[in-house]
Design a protein around this ligand. Structure first.
Ligand code: GAP
Length: 454
């Protein structure tokens, strides 16, 4: 096997996603809608894997974190208290000549509308306005009236739904600090410079966890969560050389944060934030206490009252989705044929195994393959494929990252064994057909690391 040395580009990933139906531009028959995407079958399956592995690590395998699913449209006073109405803004400038709008703090990353090789403001024709603050929340109305009294927002983060439920959860789930509340759900931001495929979109699925701790322990828990989250990204199979931690300096930190570090991934567009881990202090619970009049505090068994501090790891499924595909994508030559292979961690892969009858018109092979498929699909997402040459079927599965293919062939009819082909090594071995399910369960539990060079 010879690997082709080209570094993967975002265009390559976009094209694979389109070709294999992972992701396509939304509202395409109407000309699309900027930076909005729809997910096809394999995209949905990959997102499901990411979401369920996050929930497994953050809720299922822990005693100190519970789940929540809060509403997307909240009482607008929530966003006053959180500071989003006043402060969730980007500074923008308009160019009166080309009519484009740019982030004032990102001019060096933008292209002039008339001369794309130049930055906005670099040509004598550019005529930029002074920066103005632009709020990123999408506005809507609740109920029949469309006046100021009915104004509301689509949530720009899931976190506030957690803070306003602190009291409910602490009482009803009988939890005491340190404990966490985890939530997965859609967030919406009217991003002005979206782009780079799914990296910055206007509608995305956040996975956030707010961990409430005694104030004196906040720094220690911040370090703990940073390490845990980095370890989790490694456990998805992302290569170490493509991950790093970057601490925010004071100027970069959000108004609520006393410490923030980004877990960054080396995307084709350079090192960028994959996940943020923030020490939000007591900011949120204090703000909601003041604005709502409901005390969001903890009273310990000795009667001491305190406002817990909050450590927050926050990430979107979209950023992980792109990182996984970039990390996994490989082109290589096998024999005299090129293959595209997604070396995804088997637990992440959209399809866990393919079941292939070597000669589909042979009734013995077809029946056995179908029966194996019926058995395995009860436990995992697996595919049955009986169309085309076997080599082509293997390559179709390689391209969507299916880790194993079970082939029913002539020998199966003699001794009830099948071949299992490994996506990464291409090694083949024979297994009793009756033992395939157990073999697959064991294989999915095994450690895996990318065979690609770091
Ligand atoms: N509650 C804190 C919060 O929302 P953030 O840094 O604005 O903090 C957290 O967002 C995470 O959400 C980011 O690390 C990133 O993974 C993801 N994210 C933010 N904006 C995004 C966008 N426009 N498109 C895709 N993912 C986004």
């Amino acid at each position: 096997m010879a690997e082709t040395a080209q570094p993967v580009t975002m265009d390559t990933i976009v094209s694979l996603c389109r070709r294999r139906g992972f992701v396509f531009p939304s509202s395409e028959i109407y000309g699309g809608l900027g930076s909005t995407y729809d997910y096809g079958h394999y995209g949905v399956l990959l997102k499901n894997s990411i979401r369920s592995l996050w929930l497994r690590a953050m809720v299922q395998e822990r005693d100190d974190i519970v789940a929540l699913d809060s509403a997307i449209i909240l009482n607008p006073r929530v966003w006053e208290a959180s500071g989003h109405i006043a402060g969730f803004t980007d500074p923008l400038v308009d160019c009166r000549t080309c009519k484009l709008r740019f982030r004032a703090d990102k001019l060096e990353d933008s292209n002039c509308g008339r001369k794309p090789s130049k930055r906005p403001g670099e040509t004598p024709d550019c005529d930029l306005t002074e920066p103005r603050q632009f709020n990123l929340m999408f506005e809507t109305h609740v109920g029949a009236l469309q006046d100021e009294s009915s104004g509301a927002y689509l949530r720009p983060e899931t976190a506030q739904g957690i803070f306003i439920n602190f009291k409910n959860v602490a009482q009803l789930a009988r939890r005491k600090p340190p404990f966490g509340i985890a939530q997965v759900g859609k967030s919406f931001r009217n991003e002005i410079t979206p782009g780079n495929f799914l990296f910055r979109v206007r509608e995305f699925e956040q996975m956030e966890m707010e961990f409430f701790v005694p104030p004196a322990d906040a720094t220690q828990w911040f370090e703990y969560w940073l390490e845990q989250r980095l370890g989790w990204h490694r456990s998805l199979g992302l290569r170490d050389s493509n991950l790093r931690v970057r601490e925010h300096d004071e100027a970069e930190r959000s108004h609520y944060s006393t410490a923030t570090s980004d877990i960054e991934y080396l995307y084709p567009i350079g090192w960028q934030e994959l996940e943020g881990v923030a020490n939000r202090g007591e900011f949120d619970l204090t703000q909601h206490t003041q604005h709502s009049g409901t005390k969001l505090e903890w009273i310990d068994p000795d009667g001491n009252r305190y406002t817990p501090h909050v450590i927050e790891p926050a990430v979107s499924i979209e950023r992980i989705f792109v990182a996984l595909l970039c990390d996994a994508y490989h082109e290589e030559v096998v024999g005299d044929r090129e293959r595209v292979v997604l070396r995804l961690h088997p637990r992440v892969a959209p399809v866990k195994a393919a079941i292939l009858p070597l000669i589909p018109r042979d009734e013995g092979m077809a029946t056995r393959a179908r029966a194996l498929y019926e058995e395995l699909r009860r436990y995992h997402v697996v595919e049955h494929d009986d169309s085309g040459q076997i080599g082509r079927r293997y390559r179709r599965q390689d391209e969507i990252g299916t880790p194993w293919a079970f082939t029913v062939d002539e020998q199966t009819l003699e001794d009830e064994t099948v071949t299992v082909r490994d996506r990464d090594s291409l090694a083949q071995e024979r297994l009793p057909i009756g033992g395939v399910r157990e073999w697959l369960e064991d294989a999915l539990e095994r450690d895996w690391s990318s065979p690609s060079s770091d």
